[in-house]
Write a protein that binds this ligand. Structure first.
Ligand code: NAI
Length: 450
């Protein structure tokens, strides 16, 4: 093998986990080759976080215009062009992709376009060329889970719902998880009549029930219909539209719509690993790693969704940081106990840390505190008083254990919450802290000090 095909690090997959790992390694002076079979940026940039947030941002702006019009502050029809919004979204994604590729090039990362195969001995084949590396990182991501019911081929996944030719008049969403709710929220703003069908009995059963039911209430107030405890059984195309048959346990009902989004989870994708590499998988297909992101094969790591754990871009960033710290022997480790979770609905949802139930299990004596947005000057000044901040603190030590927020802009507010949970902020820490007034963020301090 020629010298130019030997690298310190080979990364397979250029999504958030892979690109972050490549950048961190290159900044530490390692020679890095990065393989990508599709587009730089992976699911997050191309068909996930960024394009959905663009559409959700436009949807939120539209709702603001409508509320101002309803209040007589603005005169206008509130009409929109879905096509122009789509063009804006595509241009933003394109700009960001070019930026990411330039950043990788500037760091000297060798980008290879093609489908890579990981062979035994940390060798990689891509497009008929062979490469070798001292260390390899698998960062090949995940794909949507498909429902195994008759008519499943008529369903659309999240990628399809990003760029439909037109807004469906009636949309049914299967799965009230993060993807299902974000699409339900944005299409409701674009005037679709939205029904969400969810298998379990409540929204976010592992989260704080008070916050999850407040979000449900706000989404219902916007006209989104929920059917809980319901399993999809089959989908048929009829003259009236797509007819979904669902079973609620007590009855069988049908919901008719023009488009059907299936959002029942994602599963790891790892078809790049060939026989004999020594990498092992769990029963859901996720690559098994230890806490340093090492797989069972020496010198081979895995980061991000392909591990099948927390499928979030920023969790993948954290995994990449941990793997590169292990490979190079330098760098601080992120606190994976304080990973924020955000749902960009309107209003939004964001949380970090422990619920009271989880805190109790860990031996804490949790106290739940609440501040409604309606108690805030800034919420009134910005004409949106929906939502609340919930804080979980420990009665004995006063340390912050968790935060659960519903409201507009909460995905920005969760950062200070993650900081407080990660650092175990207590009463005296918040007393020292000065929050600007008027802001929404002063609510975090107020709630923690309650
Ligand atoms: P999810 O796991 O969050 O939610 C899937 C939902 O579908 C669950 O509530 C489940 O009970 C329900 N379900 C499963 N089978 C069903 C059935 N047969 N009938 C009705 N309901 C059924 O998965 P989702 O929303 O597809 O998201 C996938 C991943 O992508 C998640 O890990 C999520 O965190 C990540 N993601 C994160 C975003 C963010 O951070 N804002 C945005 C989009 C995705």
């Amino acid at each position: 093998m020629s010298e130019e095909n030997r690298f310190d690090l080979a990364v397979v997959g250029a999504g958030p986990g892979g690109t972050r790992a490549a950048e961190l390694a290159a900044k530490k002076g390692l020679s890095v080759v990065l393989f990508e079979k599709d587009r730089t940026g992976g699911t997050c940039l191309n068909v996930g976080c960024i394009p959905t947030k663009y559409l959700l941002g436009a949807a939120h702006d539209l709702e603001r215009i409508r509320s101002m019009t309803a209040a007589g502050m603005l005169r206008g029809s509130g009409e929109f062009s879905f096509r122009a919004i789509q063009r804006g979204k595509d241009a933003a994604v394109e700009r960001l992709r070019r930026g990411e590729e330039s950043a990788l090039d500037a760091l000297g990362v060798k980008r290879i376009s093609g489908s890579a195969k990981l062979l035994p001995g940390k060798r990689i084949e891509c497009g008929g060329t062979f490469y070798s590396a001292k260390n390899v990182i698998i960062a090949t991501g995940s794909e949507p889970v498909r429902l195994n019911v008759p008519g499943a081929e008529l369903m659309t996944d999240s990628t399809g719902m990003l760029s439909p030719s037109k807004v469906p008049a009636r949309l049914t969403v299967i799965g009230a998880g993060v993807i299902g709710l974000e699409f339900a929220s944005l299409y409701a703003s674009f005037n679709s009549a939205v029904t969400v069908v969810e298998a379990v009995d409540a929204l976010f059963p592992a989260d704080l029930p008070e916050a999850a039911s407040l979000l449900r209430h706000e989404l219902e107030a916007r006209g989104i219909r929920f059917i809980f405890g319901a399993k999809a059984e089959k989908l048929e195309k009829t003259a009236e539209g797509l007819v979904l048959s669902i079973n609620t346990g007590s009855e069988r009902i049908t919901v008719t719509s023009d488009a059907l989004l299936c959002a029942v989870g994602r599963r790891p994708v790892c078809d790049c690993v060939t026989e004999g590499c020594g990498v092992e998988f769990d029963r859901r297909g996720g690559v098994i790693t230890d806490e340093k992101m090492r797989t069972k094969a020496d010198g081979i790591y895995a980061v991000g969704d392909v591990r099948g754990g927390t499928m979030l871009a920023h969790a993948a960033y954290a995994d990449a940081q941990i793997a590169i710290a292990d490979i190079t022997g330098e760098g601080a480790l992120p606190d994976t106990n304080a990973i924020p979770r955000c749902v960009y609905t309107d209003p939004g949802y964001a949380s970090v840390g422990l619920t009271p139930a989880a805190a109790k299990e860990k031996g804490f004596d949790p106290v739940l505190k609440k501040t409604p947005f309606s108690a805030l000057g800034m919420a009134h000044a910005s004409r949106d008083t929906r939502g609340a901040c919930f804080a979980v603190t420990d009665k004995k030590s006063g340390a912050c254990l968790g935060f659960f927020l519903v409201g507009t802009g909460v995905h920005e507010l969760i950062d200070v919450c993650a900081f407080a949970v990660s650092n175990g902020w207590k009463r005296e820490d918040w007393e020292r802290h000065i929050a600007a007034h008027p802001t929404l963020s002063e609510m975090i301090r107020d709630t923690a000090l309650r």
